[in-house]
Design a protein around this ligand. Structure first.
Ligand SMILES: Nc1ncnc2c1ncn2[C@@H]1O[C@H](COP(=O)(O)OP(=O)(O)O)[C@@H](O)[C@H]1O
Ligand SMILES: O=C(OP(=O)(O)O)[C@H](O)COP(=O)(O)O
Length: 387
């Protein structure tokens, strides 16, 4: 049995800081292993752009997974090389083998169909022609990649419990949504998230924008943003979005500006209307936390993706914490709330908020956004076709 999981977890010096995605993957994996399947797992660590970091081995994940499953999870030293092959051949019923970081193989993310198909074929050889594919890495179902998409056309393919549960929740917030409906977007993957604004703005009552992505909007309003995260080629798109949806879009009106990207940076508060020419914005300001919290507390449906600042540094975590607490308060008052994304989930857990403070914590940020956008998710479509 070939299983695609998403173990793209935050790591600090090789230590897992938030095992959320590992824990979410355990039920499907345990079920398969307990049923006596030989389980071969593919997964990645690291972002899609840039060279994969050779240090990003799945070793810490294999260790944590062994502990959670209560059975030895072997880690192959390669993806589909001689070690993976030898280990796959040696599997007996109920054994679990994790292949090394699938993104070490450049064919995983290749644009060229034939290249991806080559890797998919090699994966199928590991499980055998009579194997099956269980897609359970919800966080990657929006990626048209060899281990997510191409393998599904070569084997009988099924959605795992995690993927099925995530889709169920997303269905609920795309049909018969209770208003006021607030969407909160932040984080750093600016280009991933601009399209969703276009799709969601007409459907929501409030669209709160913070985090790194806010600066492209602030620049579009004409204010300088110093060395903040900025996607220059999207400034015109942001201008257009503000013209069309300015009535629902809420941008931070103040910003915490740091003199460097560091935990102990010197900080000051800048008003968005004035902007700033030096330093970088690493969190939303205190006034914005208050305004955003007020609007979120009265929402009946909330979808949140992406932290409001560099929450990994305590000094820049106030905005994200404030938004998390406001959404938790709304949930307590009966709102249906969904928090999406590896980093956003890690953030709420780092604040000590229990998982049940929200209606659902999704393991996929980009994937859930694209679902809400109404986009076709290749990793889901291929299951519907191939199952
Ligand atoms: N103002 C900012 N400048 C730079 N990075 C930021 C800023 N605000 C948030 N971030 C970073 O964004 C990252 C998360 O972004 P993203 O991956 O888009 O979110 P998610 O994983 O929740 O979908 C975090 O590592 C956080 O430090
Ligand atoms: O971390 C992930 O997505 P997310 O940050 O959108 O939740 C997934 O593992 C997908 O990773 P990718 O964006 O490197 O393809």
């Amino acid at each position: 049995m070939l299983v695609r999981s998403d173990f793209n977890v935050p790591l600090e010096n090789g230590k897992i800081t938030d095992p959320g995605r590992i824990l979410a993957s355990v039920p499907t994996l345990a079920q398969l292993a307990d049923a006596g399947a030989k389980v071969i797992i593919t997964a990645h660590l690291g972002r899609p752009k840039g060279e994969p970091d050779p240090a990003l081995s799945l070793a810490p994940v294999a260790a944590r997974l062994s502990a959670e499953l209560g059975r030895n999870v072997q880690l192959a030293g390669d993806v589909v090389g001689s070690d993976a092959l030898a280990r796959a051949e040696g599997l007996t019923d109920g054994d679990v083998l994790l292949l090394e970081n699938i993104r070490f193989d450049p064919r995983e993310t290749a644009k060229d169909d034939a290249e991806r198909a080559g890797l998919a074929k090699a994966l199928v050889e590991l499980v055998g022609d009579d194997g099956a594919f269980v897609s359970d890495g919800f966080g990657v179902v929006h990626r048209k990649q060899a281990s997510v998409y191409d393998v599904a056309s070569l084997l009988p393919s099924y959605a795992g419990d995690l993927v099925a549960a995530e889709v169920e929740v997303l269905k609920r917030i795309t049909t018969d949504v209770e208003h006021p409906y607030a969407v909160v977007l932040g984080g750093s993957k600016v280009s991933d998230k601009l399209a969703v604004i276009e799709a969601l703005a007409p459907k929501v009552d409030t669209l709160v924008i913070g985090g790194g992505m806010a600066f492209t909007f602030i620049k579009a309003q004409g204010s300088p943003v110093g060395d903040s995260l900025l996607q220059e080629d999207m400034v015109d798109t942001c201008k257009e979005l503000l013209d069309r949806f300015g009535d629902v879009i809420h941008l931070p009106h103040d910003i915490v500006v740091a003199d460097e990207f560091a935990a102990d940076a010197e900080t000051s508060i800048a008003f968005t209307r004035d902007g700033f020419t030096e330093g970088m914005g690493l969190d939303i300001g205190p006034g914005s936390v208050e305004r955003f919290s007020a609007v979120l507390r009265s929402a009946k449906t909330v979808f949140w993706n992406g932290p409001m600042g560099v929450f990994e540094f305590e000094r820049f975590s106030t905005g994200t914490r404030g938004v998390a607490e406001a959404i938790a308060a709304a949930t307590q008052d009966g709102a249906f709330s969904v928090v999406g994304g590896g980093d956003s989930a890690a953030a709420v857990r780092s604040f000590g908020l229990p998982d049940d403070a929200f209606s659902h914590i999704s393991t996929g940020g980009g994937a859930s956004l694209e679902y809400l956008e109404g986009k076709e998710l290749p990793g889901l479509t291929v299951l519907e076709q191939g199952a």
